[in-house]
Design a protein around this ligand. Structure first.
Ligand code: 8OG
Length: 163
C-alpha cells in the first residue's frame, strides 16, 4: 500500500496497515500488556492489523472489542505513523483517541488491559518511539511520524507535530 505523508511530502510503500486505540477516562488511559503478535511483551494500546476491505476506523472498533471487550465510538484520528524495519518489513499505523466507550475492560488471549494514570504512563515498557508522540496526541496535537527500527531498537525518526 502506498501512503503520502502530508508533512514529509513523499510517498511511502508499506507492507501492512494497522491501528491503535487509546481510550481516555477521567485522567486515565486504557493500556494493555500485549500477549502476542508484533510487540509481544510490551505495553501498548489495543490495536492490530487492518483486514482487507475494512476501513481503519472499522479495524479500530473491531480490534478494541476483540482485545479488551470494549465498544468504542467517536474515534478521533490523532496520528499517522510509518514504521520501517531493517529486515524489510514495514507498517503504516493510524492512531485514534476516544473518550466514548461502553463495557468493562476484560482480558483476551491477545491482551491484558489496565487503566493507568496519564501522568505515569510506563514509557520504558513501551515501543521506543511512543514517548515521542503519545504525549503530543494526549495534549491534543496531531502527529505524523516515520520511524526506522532494527528489531526493538529505534535507529532514527522524523516527526511532525501539528496543533
Ligand atoms: O497484529 P499485531 O497486533 O501484530 O499488530 C501490531 C500492533 O502493534 C499494531 O497495533 C501496531 C502496533 N505497533 C507497531 N509498532 C508500534 C510502535 O512503535 N508503537 C506502538 N505504540 N505500537 C506499535 O507495530
Amino acid at each position: 500500500m502506498l501512503f503520502k505523508t502530508n508533512s514529509f511530502k513523499q510517498y511511502y510503500q508499506f507492507k501492512d496497515l494497522a491501528v491503535l486505540v487509546f481510550i481516555i477516562k477521567d485522567q486515565q488511559i486504557l493500556l494493555i500488556n500485549k500477549l502476542r503478535g508484533l510487540g509481544k511483551g510490551k505495553i501498548n494500546g489495543p490495536g492490530g492489523k487492518v483486514e482487507p476491505h475494512e476501513s481503519f476506523e472499522q479495524a479500530a472498533i473491531r480490534e478494541t472489542l476483540e482485545e479488551v471487550h470494549l465498544s468504542v465510538t467517536n474515534l478521533q484520528e490523532s496520528a499517522k505513523l510509518g514504521f520501517f524495519f531493517k529486515d524489510g518489513y514495514s507498517l503504516y499505523v493510524r492512531v485514534f483517541i476516544t473518550t466514548n466507550f461502553t463495557g468493562t475492560a476484560q482480558a483476551s488471549p491477545e491482551a491484558i488491559p489496565f487503566w493507568q494514570e496519564i501522568q505515569t504512563i510506563p514509557y520504558d515498557a513501551m515501543w521506543q518511539d511512543d514517548v515521542l508522540w503519545l504525549p503530543e496526541i494526549l495534549a491534543g496535537n496531531f502527529v505524523e511520524g516515520l520511524f526506522w527500527f532494527q528489531e526493538d531498537n529505534m535507529l532514527s525518526h522524523q516527526i511532525s507535530i501539528n496543533p
